[in-house]
Design a binder for this molecule. Structure first.
Ligand code: ADP
Length: 454
């Protein structure tokens, strides 16, 4: 599935935003410039009008006269008309040459921008109608100029604005694209690596981004998730291999016994011996299968429904009673110190976990030794300690012994029975009861502790 590219969407959004911002800025610049041109035109026309008032109208005119437009004014030609009011009647007393045959329409004071054909054929013109008083006489001064130069400047400015706006747009778009790509590239990296990870190369990991940002966190979390997955997967693989091996051994023995028995006619005593041996092996098979079923039970919710308040000290007593015959056979004694403790538990399972630990303690302890069993309440919950005087457990194997089917290869292993499932079941049961099992061991003896946090 090819998802719609996030970078494409981001870039589209960025381009629209950029375009809108640039357009807005362009309009703002243009309007501002236009306004400032208009203002300066207005004040230029006003200063011409004032000059006229101060120079030309200093002495009252007797008859109309024609003046030259001001040459120095950059917007030329300047068109001027001056009226004098005598008894309320306007009389034109002053005008520029170019106004010989013309009259401005407006008589109300103000500033106008419009097309005045006789000032400029193609362009608009700016016209100022100005009322003035000099020596007690009212005058109306009209000054106009074509604004083609302003328009030309504005046009050039607009062209430059569009051109540079477009260049800025393209450059900013490219930089934005690069930035988005750079930000999203770790994401792509994660996707690509994730896509190549399969059962056969679960050890592959995502390269962590250099910067410790959200993508780093994502990649890191993804990698730790892969670590856990790989662990679980390897454990399951080892478990499967061990299961098939453990099931194969009794089956091979059964088959061998039967094959040998069938070679010739046997006495009923011999047949009974074979059947006994077969029964022993089927017991082993049955126990392995039952245990595996228990371990694979994922429906812990159903098991939790069977939880009730039970007296843990009573359970410990029952487990010790169960183990007493094998302990007596090895002349082993139990030293018991139990607080009264009640826990929320599934009693059959919990007893089984305790029996498994006691069974190991008896199995691996030398004859005539003592096994201490201590049940006590602690600040964090409840603790059950089983301390034996056996061979102890090497430091590097303290976690391994909890793996299903794991047995430490030593001489005594050949003399002790077991499938290597006892501790994994005990830990599973402890975890089901909100607890765990820990082991400490010195030169001699081991101490197994079940801790329940309550
Ligand atoms: P097993 O059926 O072999 O007892 P467990 O899972 O109960 O299987 O134990 C795994 C291995 O851990 C044992 O085979 C043994 O090597 C070691 N072990 C367990 N308990 C003890 C103990 N109390 N003292 C020494 N070694 C122990």
């Amino acid at each position: 599935m090819r998802a719609q590219s996030a970078s494409g969407r981001l870039l589209k959004g960025y381009a629209v935003l950029l375009g809108v911002v640039l357009l807005f800025l362009g309009i703002l610049f243009y309007t501002g410039l236009n306004l400032s041109f208009e203002n300066s035109l207005h004040s230029s026309l006003e200063s011409i009008a004032l000059d006229l008032k101060n120079d030309e109208l200093a002495h009252p005119q007797q008859k109309s006269s024609v003046i030259d437009p001001k040459e120095e004014f950059p917007l030329s030609p300047v068109s001027i008309e001056v009226y004098r009011f005598t008894a309320g009647k306007p009389e034109r007393i002053l005008f520029t040459k170019n106004m010989q045959d013309h009259r401005f329409g407006h008589s109300d004071p103000g500033f106008y921008i419009e097309e005045i054909p006789f000032v400029s054929k193609e362009d608009e013109s700016g016209l100022l109608v100005y009322r003035a008083q000099k020596n007690g006489i009212d005058y109306l001064i009209k000054v106009a100029v074509p604004i083609n130069k302003i328009d030309d400047t504005l046009e050039t400015f607009t062209a430059l604005l569009v051109f540079f706006g477009f260049v800025i747009f393209l450059v900013a778009l490219y930089l934005g694209y690069r930035a988005i790509e750079r930000v999203l590239s770790p994401m792509r990296n994660i996707t690509e690596t994730a896509a190549t990870i399969s059962q056969s190369n679960l050890s592959k990991r995502i390269e962590l981004p250099k910067e410790k940002d959200e993508f780093f966190e994502l990649a890191y979390t993804f990698n730790t998730m892969l670590d856990r997955l790989e662990n679980a997967f390897n454990q399951a693989r080892r478990f499967n291999a061990s299961v098939s091996h453990e099931l194969k051994t009794p089956l091979t023995i059964i088959r061998g016994e039967i094959d040998v028995a069938l070679i010739r006619e046997r006495s009923s005593k011999e047949y009974a011996e074979v059947l006994h041996s077969v029964l022993e092996e089927t017991d082993k098979l049955q126990s392995i299968i039952e245990t595996m079923l228990l371990l694979s039970k994922s429906d812990t919710r159903a098991l939790k429904k069977r939880f009730r308040l039970v007296s843990l000290d009573k359970l410990v007593g029952e487990a010790i009673d169960q183990m007493r015959p094998s302990a007596v056979a090895k002349n082993i004694e139990f030293e018991l110190r139990c607080d009264k403790v009640t826990v929320d538990a599934e009693p059959t399972l919990l007893r089984r976990a305790i029996v498994n630990l006691l069974d190991n303690a008896v199995k691996f302890s030398p004859d005539g030794s003592v096994i201490k069993v201590v049940l006590q309440k602690t600040r964090k919950g409840v603790e059950l300690k089983i301390v034996d005087q056996g061979p102890g457990i090497p430091e590097n194997l303290k976690e391994k012994i909890f793996e299903p089917f794991y047995r430490i290869e030593k001489k005594w292993e050949t003399t002790t029975s077991g499938s290597g499932l006892g501790l994994s079941i005990a830990r599973w049961i402890a975890q089901l009861h909100n607890g765990n099992i820990y082991v400490t061991s010195g030169e001699e003896g081991s101490e197994f502790v079940i801790r329940f946090s309550q």
